[in-house]
Design a protein around this ligand. Structure first.
Ligand code: HEM
Length: 123
């Protein structure tokens, strides 16, 4: 069975995305990246992206990850903070540790596409 069904399908993914974005917007390091953006559109994209990554039916039709993030000058620590908050969100939803591991393994390779700034360039 796909992880998507395993963790509770569409509703679970939607819940995870909204809890995740609450954490992101409450984080001093990450919040500035999202200032002035349409969070509804952002959440819908993230939901579809995660669902596709987890083997669900929703098709992610957005830009590829490198193109979507190339102008943002994201550093390694910023990327890691986002992954930490994603893991914290899944833990909060009682997603089993081994499933969180599988999700983490899908997200980790995106680092090379998303990180475009070295640490010194970000204050
Ligand atoms: C962990 C892996 C990540 C995934 C799976 C992910 C996923 C996405 C998706 C699906 C979009 C929408 C793309 C589109 O417009 O079609 C997006 C946009 C965006 N992401 Fe990420 N992202 C990740 C990491 C990050 C990080 C580390 C940051 C830094 C805080 C970030 C900040 C943003 C911002 C600000 C946008 C909006 C870009 C725009 O409107 O032009 N993302 N992301």
């Amino acid at each position: 069975m796909a992880i998507y069904d395993d963790i509770g399908g569409r509703d679970a993914v939607a819940a995870a995305v909204s809890i995740f974005y609450e954490k992101v917007l409450a984080d001093d390091l990450l919040a500035p990246f999202f200032e002035g953006r349409d969070m509804g559109r952002q959440q819908a994209h993230m939901r579809a992206f995660l669902a596709a990554a987890l083997g669900g039916p929703d098709v992610y039709a957005g830009r590829d990850m490198a193109a979507a993030h190339s102008d943002l000058r994201i550093s390694g620590p910023v990327f890691d903070r986002v992954v930490d908050l994603l893991v914290a969100t899944l833990e909060q939803l009682d997603v089993p540790t081994d499933v969180i591991g599988v999700i983490g393994a899908k997200v980790a390779p995106l680092r090379d596409q998303i990180v475009t700034a070295d640490v010194a360039a970000v204050s």
